[in-house]
Design a protein around this ligand. Structure first.
Ligand code: ZN
Length: 379
Protein backbone atom coordinates (compact mmCIF):
# COMPACT_ATOMS: atom_id res chain seq x y z
CA UNK A 1 0.00 0.00 0.00
CA UNK A 2 1.65 3.19 -1.17
CA UNK A 3 0.70 6.68 -0.02
CA UNK A 4 -1.02 9.01 -2.48
CA UNK A 5 0.13 12.56 -2.99
CA UNK A 6 -2.66 15.08 -2.45
CA UNK A 7 -0.66 18.30 -2.76
CA UNK A 8 2.28 20.11 -1.26
CA UNK A 9 2.96 22.94 1.18
CA UNK A 10 6.17 25.01 1.28
CA UNK A 11 7.65 22.50 -1.16
CA UNK A 12 6.88 19.52 1.12
CA UNK A 13 4.67 16.84 -0.46
CA UNK A 14 1.54 15.97 1.52
CA UNK A 15 0.77 12.25 1.25
CA UNK A 16 -2.09 10.13 2.48
CA UNK A 17 -1.61 6.48 3.33
CA UNK A 18 -4.58 4.25 2.43
CA UNK A 19 -4.99 3.45 6.15
CA UNK A 20 -5.82 7.11 6.72
CA UNK A 21 -9.28 6.60 5.17
CA UNK A 22 -10.04 4.35 8.15
CA UNK A 23 -9.35 7.25 10.52
CA UNK A 24 -11.25 9.69 8.28
CA UNK A 25 -14.27 7.36 8.28
CA UNK A 26 -14.08 6.71 12.02
CA UNK A 27 -13.80 10.39 13.00
CA UNK A 28 -16.59 11.44 10.62
CA UNK A 29 -18.82 8.63 11.88
CA UNK A 30 -18.13 9.42 15.56
CA UNK A 31 -18.86 13.12 14.99
CA UNK A 32 -22.04 12.55 12.99
CA UNK A 33 -23.59 9.82 15.14
CA UNK A 34 -22.15 10.44 18.57
CA UNK A 35 -20.54 13.79 19.37
CA UNK A 36 -22.72 16.29 17.51
CA UNK A 37 -26.09 14.62 18.31
CA UNK A 38 -25.24 14.76 22.01
CA UNK A 39 -24.01 18.38 21.89
CA UNK A 40 -26.79 19.69 19.66
CA UNK A 41 -30.16 17.98 19.83
CA UNK A 42 -33.00 17.58 17.33
CA UNK A 43 -31.20 18.05 14.05
CA UNK A 44 -31.64 15.83 11.02
CA UNK A 45 -29.09 13.18 10.06
CA UNK A 46 -28.06 15.19 7.00
CA UNK A 47 -27.26 18.24 9.15
CA UNK A 48 -25.10 16.09 11.44
CA UNK A 49 -23.39 14.58 8.39
CA UNK A 50 -22.67 18.01 6.92
CA UNK A 51 -21.33 19.28 10.22
CA UNK A 52 -19.10 16.22 10.56
CA UNK A 53 -17.91 16.48 6.95
CA UNK A 54 -16.81 20.10 7.26
CA UNK A 55 -15.33 19.65 10.74
CA UNK A 56 -13.02 16.81 9.67
CA UNK A 57 -11.59 19.05 6.93
CA UNK A 58 -10.47 21.52 9.61
CA UNK A 59 -9.42 18.70 11.92
CA UNK A 60 -7.05 17.21 9.34
CA UNK A 61 -6.00 20.73 8.31
CA UNK A 62 -4.95 21.22 11.95
CA UNK A 63 -2.94 18.00 11.91
CA UNK A 64 -1.18 19.01 8.69
CA UNK A 65 -0.29 22.41 10.22
CA UNK A 66 1.11 20.63 13.30
CA UNK A 67 3.35 18.47 11.08
CA UNK A 68 4.24 21.43 8.87
CA UNK A 69 5.52 23.27 11.95
CA UNK A 70 7.84 20.33 12.76
CA UNK A 71 8.98 20.29 9.12
CA UNK A 72 9.73 23.99 8.80
CA UNK A 73 11.79 24.10 11.99
CA UNK A 74 13.63 20.93 10.90
CA UNK A 75 14.49 22.60 7.62
CA UNK A 76 15.83 25.61 9.53
CA UNK A 77 18.38 23.20 10.98
CA UNK A 78 19.13 21.76 7.53
CA UNK A 79 17.43 18.48 8.39
CA UNK A 80 15.77 17.33 5.16
CA UNK A 81 12.02 16.66 5.24
CA UNK A 82 10.77 14.13 2.71
CA UNK A 83 7.04 14.50 3.16
CA UNK A 84 4.12 14.87 5.52
CA UNK A 85 2.04 11.71 5.61
CA UNK A 86 -1.44 11.22 7.04
CA UNK A 87 -2.12 7.67 8.21
CA UNK A 88 -4.37 5.68 10.54
CA UNK A 89 -2.91 7.21 13.71
CA UNK A 90 -2.83 10.83 12.57
CA UNK A 91 0.02 12.54 10.81
CA UNK A 92 3.77 12.25 10.65
CA UNK A 93 6.46 14.45 9.13
CA UNK A 94 9.04 12.26 7.40
CA UNK A 95 12.12 13.95 8.80
CA UNK A 96 14.95 11.94 7.32
CA UNK A 97 17.50 12.13 10.06
CA UNK A 98 17.84 12.92 13.72
CA UNK A 99 18.98 16.30 14.94
CA UNK A 100 22.69 16.57 15.73
CA UNK A 101 22.19 18.88 18.71
CA UNK A 102 19.72 18.62 21.60
CA UNK A 103 18.49 22.19 21.16
CA UNK A 104 17.52 21.53 17.52
CA UNK A 105 15.69 18.37 18.55
CA UNK A 106 13.90 20.22 21.35
CA UNK A 107 12.69 22.99 19.04
CA UNK A 108 11.68 20.65 16.19
CA UNK A 109 9.66 18.54 18.65
CA UNK A 110 8.06 21.23 20.77
CA UNK A 111 6.80 23.38 17.89
CA UNK A 112 4.17 20.76 16.89
CA UNK A 113 2.23 20.70 20.17
CA UNK A 114 2.72 24.47 20.35
CA UNK A 115 0.99 24.81 16.98
CA UNK A 116 -1.90 22.66 18.22
CA UNK A 117 -2.12 24.87 21.30
CA UNK A 118 -2.27 28.03 19.14
CA UNK A 119 -4.92 26.41 16.93
CA UNK A 120 -6.90 25.47 20.04
CA UNK A 121 -6.92 29.12 21.11
CA UNK A 122 -7.72 30.28 17.55
CA UNK A 123 -10.81 28.04 17.35
CA UNK A 124 -11.77 29.08 20.89
CA UNK A 125 -11.49 32.75 19.82
CA UNK A 126 -13.62 32.07 16.74
CA UNK A 127 -16.16 30.33 18.98
CA UNK A 128 -16.40 33.48 21.15
CA UNK A 129 -16.64 35.68 18.03
CA UNK A 130 -19.63 33.77 16.64
CA UNK A 131 -21.41 34.13 19.96
CA UNK A 132 -20.45 30.98 21.89
CA UNK A 133 -23.99 29.60 21.78
CA UNK A 134 -24.69 25.96 22.45
CA UNK A 135 -27.64 25.63 20.06
CA UNK A 136 -25.91 26.63 16.81
CA UNK A 137 -24.11 24.18 14.57
CA UNK A 138 -21.14 26.47 13.75
CA UNK A 139 -20.51 27.20 17.44
CA UNK A 140 -20.55 23.52 18.32
CA UNK A 141 -18.14 22.69 15.49
CA UNK A 142 -15.70 25.44 16.54
CA UNK A 143 -15.83 24.33 20.15
CA UNK A 144 -15.09 20.72 19.20
CA UNK A 145 -12.14 21.82 17.02
CA UNK A 146 -10.79 23.95 19.87
CA UNK A 147 -11.05 21.16 22.46
CA UNK A 148 -9.57 18.62 20.03
CA UNK A 149 -6.56 20.79 19.28
CA UNK A 150 -5.97 21.33 23.00
CA UNK A 151 -6.25 17.57 23.49
CA UNK A 152 -3.76 16.97 20.66
CA UNK A 153 -1.30 19.40 22.24
CA UNK A 154 -1.56 17.64 25.62
CA UNK A 155 -1.57 14.10 24.23
CA UNK A 156 1.50 14.75 22.08
CA UNK A 157 3.39 16.08 25.08
CA UNK A 158 3.20 12.74 26.94
CA UNK A 159 6.92 12.04 27.58
CA UNK A 160 6.91 8.81 25.57
CA UNK A 161 9.38 8.46 22.71
CA UNK A 162 8.82 8.71 19.74
CA UNK A 163 5.96 11.10 20.48
CA UNK A 164 6.77 14.82 20.53
CA UNK A 165 6.85 14.89 24.32
CA UNK A 166 9.22 11.91 24.29
CA UNK A 167 11.53 13.79 21.94
CA UNK A 168 11.41 16.82 24.20
CA UNK A 169 12.15 14.49 27.13
CA UNK A 170 15.09 12.92 25.26
CA UNK A 171 16.54 16.26 24.20
CA UNK A 172 16.43 17.50 27.80
CA UNK A 173 18.11 14.31 29.06
CA UNK A 174 20.62 14.68 26.25
CA UNK A 175 21.31 18.30 27.21
CA UNK A 176 21.84 17.37 30.86
CA UNK A 177 23.84 14.15 30.43
CA UNK A 178 25.49 14.83 27.07
CA UNK A 179 24.78 11.17 26.24
CA UNK A 180 22.61 10.71 23.17
CA UNK A 181 22.28 6.93 23.27
CA UNK A 182 21.49 6.65 26.97
CA UNK A 183 18.92 9.43 26.63
CA UNK A 184 17.33 7.67 23.68
CA UNK A 185 17.08 4.35 25.57
CA UNK A 186 15.52 5.99 28.62
CA UNK A 187 12.98 7.86 26.48
CA UNK A 188 12.20 4.78 24.39
CA UNK A 189 11.68 2.60 27.49
CA UNK A 190 9.37 5.28 28.87
CA UNK A 191 7.55 5.14 25.52
CA UNK A 192 7.13 1.37 25.83
CA UNK A 193 5.85 1.80 29.39
CA UNK A 194 3.24 4.34 28.29
CA UNK A 195 2.28 2.06 25.40
CA UNK A 196 1.58 -0.80 27.83
CA UNK A 197 -0.35 1.52 30.16
CA UNK A 198 -2.51 2.75 27.28
CA UNK A 199 -3.24 -0.79 26.14
CA UNK A 200 -4.15 -1.87 29.67
CA UNK A 201 -6.36 1.16 30.23
CA UNK A 202 -7.94 0.71 26.78
CA UNK A 203 -8.78 -2.89 27.65
CA UNK A 204 -10.39 -1.86 30.96
CA UNK A 205 -12.34 0.85 29.16
CA UNK A 206 -13.48 -1.49 26.39
CA UNK A 207 -14.71 -4.06 28.91
CA UNK A 208 -16.14 -1.50 31.29
CA UNK A 209 -14.13 -3.02 34.10
CA UNK A 210 -13.55 -1.57 37.58
CA UNK A 211 -16.36 0.94 37.63
CA UNK A 212 -15.67 2.50 34.20
CA UNK A 213 -18.59 2.93 31.79
CA UNK A 214 -17.86 0.53 28.92
CA UNK A 215 -16.75 2.40 25.82
CA UNK A 216 -15.57 -0.17 23.26
CA UNK A 217 -14.72 2.35 20.50
CA UNK A 218 -12.50 4.57 22.66
CA UNK A 219 -11.11 1.51 24.43
CA UNK A 220 -10.11 -0.17 21.18
CA UNK A 221 -8.64 3.05 19.88
CA UNK A 222 -6.49 3.40 23.00
CA UNK A 223 -5.33 -0.20 22.58
CA UNK A 224 -4.37 0.53 18.96
CA UNK A 225 -2.49 3.71 19.84
CA UNK A 226 -0.78 2.04 22.80
CA UNK A 227 0.26 -0.86 20.57
CA UNK A 228 1.57 1.53 17.93
CA UNK A 229 3.52 3.51 20.53
CA UNK A 230 5.00 0.38 22.13
CA UNK A 231 6.01 -0.99 18.71
CA UNK A 232 7.68 2.19 17.45
CA UNK A 233 9.50 2.71 20.76
CA UNK A 234 10.76 -0.88 20.62
CA UNK A 235 11.82 -0.47 16.97
CA UNK A 236 13.73 2.60 18.00
CA UNK A 237 15.67 0.63 20.59
CA UNK A 238 16.48 -2.01 17.96
CA UNK A 239 17.50 0.69 15.52
CA UNK A 240 19.79 2.23 18.13
CA UNK A 241 21.45 -1.15 18.65
CA UNK A 242 21.83 -1.61 14.87
CA UNK A 243 23.53 1.78 14.61
CA UNK A 244 25.97 0.86 17.39
CA UNK A 245 26.87 -2.38 15.58
CA UNK A 246 27.25 -0.72 12.18
CA UNK A 247 29.39 2.03 13.59
CA UNK A 248 32.17 -0.42 14.38
CA UNK A 249 32.79 -0.20 10.62
CA UNK A 250 33.31 2.55 8.10
CA UNK A 251 32.72 2.65 4.37
CA UNK A 252 36.28 1.52 3.55
CA UNK A 253 35.92 -1.62 5.73
CA UNK A 254 32.84 -2.78 3.87
CA UNK A 255 33.49 -1.65 0.32
CA UNK A 256 34.24 -3.89 -2.61
CA UNK A 257 37.37 -2.70 -4.35
CA UNK A 258 37.90 -3.08 -8.07
CA UNK A 259 34.37 -3.93 -9.13
CA UNK A 260 34.16 -5.06 -12.75
CA UNK A 261 34.07 -2.11 -15.13
CA UNK A 262 31.87 -2.16 -18.22
CA UNK A 263 31.25 0.21 -21.10
CA UNK A 264 28.05 2.25 -21.06
CA UNK A 265 26.95 0.76 -24.39
CA UNK A 266 27.17 -2.86 -23.24
CA UNK A 267 23.86 -4.73 -23.36
CA UNK A 268 22.34 -5.75 -20.03
CA UNK A 269 21.82 -9.28 -21.37
CA UNK A 270 25.56 -9.86 -21.64
CA UNK A 271 26.16 -8.51 -18.13
CA UNK A 272 23.31 -10.33 -16.43
CA UNK A 273 22.85 -13.67 -18.13
CA UNK A 274 24.82 -16.43 -16.47
CA UNK A 275 26.13 -13.96 -13.91
CA UNK A 276 23.26 -13.10 -11.60
CA UNK A 277 22.52 -16.76 -10.82
CA UNK A 278 26.04 -17.29 -9.51
CA UNK A 279 26.64 -13.87 -8.03
CA UNK A 280 23.42 -12.13 -7.04
CA UNK A 281 25.55 -9.36 -5.50
CA UNK A 282 27.22 -8.50 -8.80
CA UNK A 283 27.76 -4.80 -9.24
CA UNK A 284 29.40 -3.06 -12.21
CA UNK A 285 30.98 0.33 -12.55
CA UNK A 286 29.70 1.75 -15.81
CA UNK A 287 32.28 3.84 -17.63
CA UNK A 288 31.79 6.36 -20.36
CA UNK A 289 34.97 7.71 -21.99
CA UNK A 290 37.01 6.70 -18.98
CA UNK A 291 34.80 8.45 -16.42
CA UNK A 292 32.41 6.82 -13.96
CA UNK A 293 28.95 7.21 -15.51
CA UNK A 294 27.01 5.18 -12.97
CA UNK A 295 26.59 1.94 -11.06
CA UNK A 296 24.70 -1.09 -12.30
CA UNK A 297 23.81 -3.78 -9.78
CA UNK A 298 21.81 -6.97 -10.07
CA UNK A 299 18.94 -5.09 -8.45
CA UNK A 300 18.68 -2.65 -11.37
CA UNK A 301 19.12 -5.40 -13.96
CA UNK A 302 16.32 -7.44 -12.44
CA UNK A 303 14.00 -4.44 -12.66
CA UNK A 304 14.14 -4.89 -16.44
CA UNK A 305 12.08 -7.73 -17.95
CA UNK A 306 14.40 -10.39 -19.30
CA UNK A 307 12.88 -10.05 -22.78
CA UNK A 308 14.30 -6.52 -22.97
CA UNK A 309 17.78 -7.33 -21.67
CA UNK A 310 19.40 -7.44 -25.10
CA UNK A 311 17.98 -4.12 -26.27
CA UNK A 312 18.77 -2.26 -23.04
CA UNK A 313 22.21 -0.77 -22.48
CA UNK A 314 24.05 -0.45 -19.19
CA UNK A 315 23.61 3.31 -19.51
CA UNK A 316 19.84 2.96 -19.60
CA UNK A 317 19.65 0.52 -16.69
CA UNK A 318 22.26 2.02 -14.34
CA UNK A 319 21.84 4.51 -11.54
CA UNK A 320 23.62 7.53 -13.05
CA UNK A 321 26.45 9.02 -11.00
CA UNK A 322 24.63 12.31 -10.54
CA UNK A 323 22.03 10.42 -8.46
CA UNK A 324 24.67 8.61 -6.41
CA UNK A 325 26.03 10.28 -3.34
CA UNK A 326 29.71 9.53 -3.04
CA UNK A 327 30.80 8.69 0.48
CA UNK A 328 34.22 9.21 2.02
CA UNK A 329 36.13 6.05 3.08
CA UNK A 330 35.97 7.02 6.77
CA UNK A 331 32.20 7.57 6.69
CA UNK A 332 30.43 5.55 9.41
CA UNK A 333 28.52 2.51 8.14
CA UNK A 334 25.27 3.64 9.78
CA UNK A 335 25.42 6.94 7.93
CA UNK A 336 26.10 5.13 4.66
CA UNK A 337 22.96 3.04 5.22
CA UNK A 338 20.91 6.15 6.01
CA UNK A 339 22.24 7.84 2.89
CA UNK A 340 21.03 4.81 0.90
CA UNK A 341 17.60 4.94 2.52
CA UNK A 342 17.24 8.64 1.76
CA UNK A 343 18.18 8.27 -1.89
CA UNK A 344 16.51 4.86 -2.38
CA UNK A 345 19.86 3.44 -3.51
CA UNK A 346 21.46 0.02 -3.17
CA UNK A 347 25.09 1.00 -3.81
CA UNK A 348 27.23 4.04 -3.18
CA UNK A 349 30.69 4.73 -4.57
CA UNK A 350 33.46 5.34 -2.04
CA UNK A 351 35.44 8.34 -3.20
CA UNK A 352 38.50 9.95 -1.68
CA UNK A 353 39.92 13.17 -3.13
CA UNK A 354 38.07 12.62 -6.39
CA UNK A 355 39.47 9.09 -6.70
CA UNK A 356 36.98 6.21 -6.76
CA UNK A 357 38.19 3.56 -4.29
CA UNK A 358 35.33 1.09 -4.49
CA UNK A 359 31.65 0.56 -3.97
CA UNK A 360 29.69 -0.28 -0.86
CA UNK A 361 26.47 -2.27 -1.25
CA UNK A 362 23.42 -2.34 0.96
CA UNK A 363 23.69 -6.15 1.15
CA UNK A 364 27.11 -5.83 2.81
CA UNK A 365 25.67 -3.51 5.47
CA UNK A 366 22.71 -5.80 6.07
CA UNK A 367 25.13 -8.75 6.17
CA UNK A 368 26.89 -7.16 9.14
CA UNK A 369 23.57 -6.87 10.96
CA UNK A 370 22.72 -10.45 10.01
CA UNK A 371 25.96 -11.79 11.45
CA UNK A 372 25.22 -10.05 14.72
CA UNK A 373 21.75 -11.60 14.79
CA UNK A 374 20.01 -8.26 14.37
CA UNK A 375 18.01 -9.35 11.34
CA UNK A 376 16.98 -12.78 10.12
CA UNK A 377 19.12 -14.29 7.36
CA UNK A 378 17.42 -14.39 3.99
CA UNK A 379 16.72 -17.78 2.53
ZN1 ZN B 1 4.04 16.30 16.46
Amino acid sequence: MRPLKIGSLAGIPILVHPSWFLLLGLVTWLLATNVFPSWLEDRSTSVYMMMAGSTVVFFFGSIILHELAHSLVARQYRIPVKSITLFAFGGVAQITREAKRPLAELLVAVVGPLTSLVLGFAFLGAWFLVGAQDNHSLDVMLLWLSITNFALAIFNMIPAFPMDGGRVFRSLLWMVTGKYETSTSIAAWTGRGFGWLMMAFGLLLALGASGLAANPVQGLWLIFIGFFLETTARQNLVQGKAIRILDKYNAADLMMTNPPVVEADAAVGRLARGVIEYNPRVCYFVEDHGALAGILSAYQMLLIPEALWDVTTAREAMVPSKRLHAVAPDRKASEVLMEMEEGDLTHLPVVDDGRVLGVVGRDRLLGVLQREGMIAARA
